[in-house]
Design a protein around this ligand. Structure first.
Ligand code: PA5
Length: 467
């Protein structure tokens, strides 16, 4: 199992900036027990948005995903995923972590005959044009993913690509499309039915940012040869461990409570995610979305205006030791840092003993592996010296099994802290607001009134800016 270490948040180590862990755990034990019991009891209740807790047990989906991957095996050179937010970040983070680094630059042989994979999760015209110039669309399987079926970013990309595919392949273009969307609602579902695309379902009551273990994440991962069964094993073992209602034995509850109390009692409302591994770089992007969209809420469940906001930040070790760490050590003491460390990398890279200079010869004969872990230790100790709280999650290795554990732990941690804050973890009115404004500005029918108002506001802004 992955491990969680929290000594560096304790007041025994960092004094009054830290928490009295034993006292806090025992004070909150009944509340945590109640939260975990309720989450498990309510997970099948329609409208509770807790179906993400069942994704590790959805054998039918796993079977269909594997069957589809086997069916298209060898047919495509590229997988192109179109999606944004929760519809892209999980697949992106897991494929980046689990595939061999620089996957898309490897030869087909080096990729064991599996395709390259690209995620378009933005609408930059230069980036999209460049990618379409590189990809041979005839040999590209496009996985368009949108739960709502109408997100402007995803659907505009799809409209461009569908058009090009159809020009190239005629009616056969549909064999190059697989759509992941709601089982019956939304425009993409309607289109898929009319055009006859292969489809997968985003299950009911699974929000985008909690959908990584549904077909949303599993389809792209299976298409590039990753081991879906190991992912499922990882989710299940973690789910069982996190069903434990005793806070002393439940790492998601521990980290949720630590973050909650660090925010509420010690003013540490910024949550920095800092893996010491380039392969885990996008895990931070996924975490940032999960934390921000789930926990940044204007109102609590009782309707009180609280503007809740534990702000997530992404960092990367060791790179950001030469950037953000200055701020974390000496700036405002308002952060709690989560390190993710890898105990055993796939490769051991030795540093040759080639220089006699005293400033370099200490490196010779050591390994890069030793160096990155020494840097992680050094950063944690320096933070402690400055009385800055930090916790560490240790992954024995980077593989499907441990990554699934990690992601599921973060999902559960988010669910638990949402309950502690007493907010609706699963809605996103702030995101919907911007989506609706975009529809209005782009002239979607039904949004005319809002468009008029918006144009006035934009005009005012530009005047103020002297444009
Ligand atoms: O987590 C969420 O709910 C959002 O980030 C959505 O995933 C994102 O807005 C994309 O929505 P959709 O899948 O409907 O295109």
């Amino acid at each position: 199992m992955i491990k969680f270490e929290y000594a560096n948040i304790s007041s025994k180590i960092i004094g009054e900036q830290g928490l009295d862990i034993e006292a806090s755990f025992s004070e909150y034990a009944p509340r945590i027990q109640e939260i975990i019991t309720n989450l498990n009891m309510n997970k099948d209740k329609p409208g509770s948005w807790l179906q993400w807790m069942n994704l590790g047990y959805n054998e039918e989906t796993v079977w269909y995903v594997k069957e589809f991957a086997a069916m298209v095996d060898g047919r495509f050179d590229n997988i192109l995923v179109l999606g944004i937010g929760g519809s892209a970040l999980g697949g992106l983070a897991l494929s980046h972590a689990l595939l061999k680094p620089y996957w898309n630059l490897l030869s087909r042989e080096q990729r064991d005959n599996f395709p390259r994979i690209f995620f378009l999760d933005n609408i930059d015209p230069d980036e999209i044009t460049a990618l379409l110039n590189i990809l041979d669309l005839k040999k590209t399987l496009v996985n368009v993913i949108t739960k709502s079926g109408s997100t402007a970013e995803t659907m505009s990309q799809f409209m461009i690509i569908k058009n090009k595919l159809q020009e190239l392949l005629g009616d056969d273009y549909r064999k190059n499309v697989v759509a992941t969307t709601d089982k019956q609602a939304g425009i993409l579902r309607q289109l898929a039915n009319e055009e006859g695309y292969k489809t997968f379902v985003v299950p009911d009551d699974v929000g985008g940012r909690f959908s990584v273990f549904s077909a949303v994440g599993l389809v792209p991962l299976a298409l590039v040869g990753l081991d879906i069964d190991e992912i499922i094993k990882g989710i299940k073992i973690m789910d069982l461990a996190l069903k434990n209602t005793d806070i002393n034995k439940n790492i998601a509850a521990q980290n949720a409570l630590i973050h909650y109390l660090a925010d509420k009692q010690k003013g540490k409302y910024i949550s920095v995610m800092m893996p010491y591994s380039s392969r885990l770089k996008y895990v931070s992007d996924w975490y940032v979305q999960l934390w921000a969209e789930s926990l940044g809420k204007e109102f609590d469940r009782a309707g009180n205006k609280i503007n809740n906001g534990p702000t997530p930040i992404k960092a990367l070790g060791a790179t950001d030791q030469h950037s953000q760490i200055q701020l974390y050590n000496e700036g405002k003491n308002d952060k709690i840092i989560t390190f993710i460390r890898v105990e055993e990398f796939d490769n051991t890279l030795n540093i040759p003993n080639i220089f006699e200079y005293t400033g370099l010869n200490y490196l010779g004969g050591k390994s890069i592996n030793q160096l990155i872990n020494a840097e992680a230790d050094a950063t944690a100790v320096a933070l402690v010296d400055y009385k800055r709280p930090n916790v560490t999650i240790k992954l024995p290795k980077i593989n499907e099994y441990y990554l699934a554990q990690l992601f599921y732990m973060f999902e559960m941690q988010t669910a638990i802290i949402g309950e502690l804050y007493n907010i609706d973890t699963y809605n996103q009115p702030g995101v919907e607001q911007a989506k609706n404004y975009t529809y209005a500005l782009m002239g979607r029918m039904g949004y005319e009134e809002s468009a008029h108002e918006l144009n006035e506001k934009i005009g005012r802004n530009q005047q103020t800016a002297g444009l």
